[in-house]
Design a protein around this ligand. Sequence first.
Ligand code: SF4
Length: 362
Amino acid sequence: MEQVKNTVEDKKNLKSFSFRELVSLMRDMGEKPYRATQIFNWIWRKGETDIMKFSDIKKSFRERLAEEFFVPSIVEKQRVESEDGSVKFIFELPDGHEIESVFIPDRGRKTVCVSTQVGCPIGCKFCATGLLLGYKRNLEAWEIAEQVLRISLALGIRITNVVYMGMGEPFLNYEATIRSAELLNDDRALNIGARKITISTVGIVPGIYKLAAHPRQFKLAISLHSAIQSKREKIIPVARRFPLKELRKAIFSYYHAKKRFVTFEYVLLPGFNDSDEDIEAIDSFLKGLPSKINIIPFNPFPGSDFRAPTDDEIYRFYTKLMKLPYTVTLRKSKGQDVKAACGQLALFGYQRKGMVKPVVKR
Ligand code: SF4
């Protein structure tokens, strides 16, 4: 795995500090704790990266800070707007790698979908990220949280919800994922309610147990896609390591700890996971668990083995699933025209190489 540098000429990254760590840093530097609030405000609300511009802090201390610390940033490289209002952002990281994040407006909700890794090592068969990009490295906590900050500043709006459903498997980067969620939740930073932050996993069981034990009420979503073990293994290679039986136990432990229903994502792959047998398997997997099932019609990408379901196929599956005692929603993936829809993050790089024509409205 590639390592990310967190220092510039021996300076330390001020963005890698949580608020609490910043308070103790100020104490160690002989400053009052309120300095931490000032610094946090400049970094995590205003997005300022030049320490000398922290104008409410005395100049001598700014100079001292700038000698020992630096404030890195991810940089917006491109923005592509979809006709449905969603906006895909390409950000460049300090080491030159690129990641993608998506802004999704939905009535009062203003959601950002963040990436947690550069690429993804899992390689699900319905997902462009792992198949087309491979895997480069984990993101740092600040690189994850900053996607939300930069989008909020770029669009001039307050973000209300965050979903960890972009590039990468969040629970393969657990510590940074949780640290970034805590940063987003901090009322001195972006102040996004814990219940408005959803972490989605393809089924990394140890991560689910850890989230269950975490004191905050972060929400859990599971990329299920099949409740039949042999089928799931065909499309999600890591399902062999974390079989459905183990996954179910872990999900129940989260539910018992948090008393919150769990969302299940189900990519509809026509002819593969939409039979009556598949529906029965979903029912028995979810038995006793208050759940919401999100059906996501598959979005094809170059080289994918599956096709998009027809409207009839979607309707048939949806109405059958509706008969089960769970909340069922049909997510017409937003942002399809700019490849910002579920499972399509990574395609923009391909568009830029000329394989697919993008619609750039910037
Ligand atoms: S669906 Fe998620 S876990 Fe699977 S390859 Fe894509 S990004 Fe990785």
